[in-house]
Design a protein around this ligand. Structure first.
Ligand code: SF4
Ligand code: SF4
Length: 185
């Protein structure tokens, strides 16, 4: 009989302690300043490196940076980038068309990591929801912007890519071509 009484008291005190704890939490939050942000009236500034809508950028001369090397489409885990390469008369490659299906993109950023020319970049712009899924297919005209994005000064073609004219070995800082038959026995 005594044991049962103690057991009842133990359960009762446990219930009271539990209730007191939860009311304490409620009380603590009752007088706190609310932190609700009124979106879309207030848009919290996004970190520069946050990953959302993808753009194609231009170098400082205003030319498009993409050299249609296909690295971004090769690395893309969801296979949502399609490109067709073309070449200008001066040897500079560019994408004749460039398409991204944002309905499949998972914003992993691998395309940006793989790109050797800084052409493809993810921006913090996440507000582009659509009613129709096909509207998520962006063509080059929708992707190409008029500046260099995260690095305005970078110019890939100052380092490599365009034939300068003249035979091999005559360009600035270029070594003479290797004679591949020179090692023949
Ligand atoms: S962010 Fe990822 S999923 Fe989206 S296009 Fe780039 S590589 Fe593909
Ligand atoms: S965006 Fe970059 S990685 Fe993709 S094809 Fe163009 S240059 Fe190559």
């Amino acid at each position: 009989m005594k044991g049962k009484l103690f057991e009842g008291l133990r359960v009762f005190s446990g219930v009271v302690a539990g209730l007191a704890d939860s009311y304490l939490v409620t009380l603590k939050h009752l007088f706190r300043k609310p932190i609700t942000e009124q979106y879309p009236e207030y848009r919290r500034p996004r970190p520069e490196r946050s990953r959302a809508r993808i753009v194609l950028t231009r170098d400082p001369t205003g030319d498009e940076r993409c050299v249609a090397c296909y690295l971004c489409s090769a690395v893309c885990p969801t296979d949502c980038i399609s490109i067709e390469a073309a070449e200008r008369e001066d040897g500079r490659r560019y994408p004749a068309w460039f398409r991204i299906n944002f309905a499949r993109c998972i914003y992993c950023g691998l395309c940006e990591e793989a790109c050797p020319t800084l052409a493809i970049q993810l921006t913090p712009d996440f507000e582009f929801s659509k009613y129709h899924v096909l509207d998520f297919v962006y063509e080059k005209k929708d992707l190409l912007i008029d500046n260099g994005g995260k690095n305005d000064a970078y110019n890939y073609y100052r380092h490599a890519g365009v034939k300068e004219g003249g035979p091999k070995g005559t360009h600035l800082n270029e070594e003479d071509p290797v004679d591949v038959t020179g090692n023949m026995p």
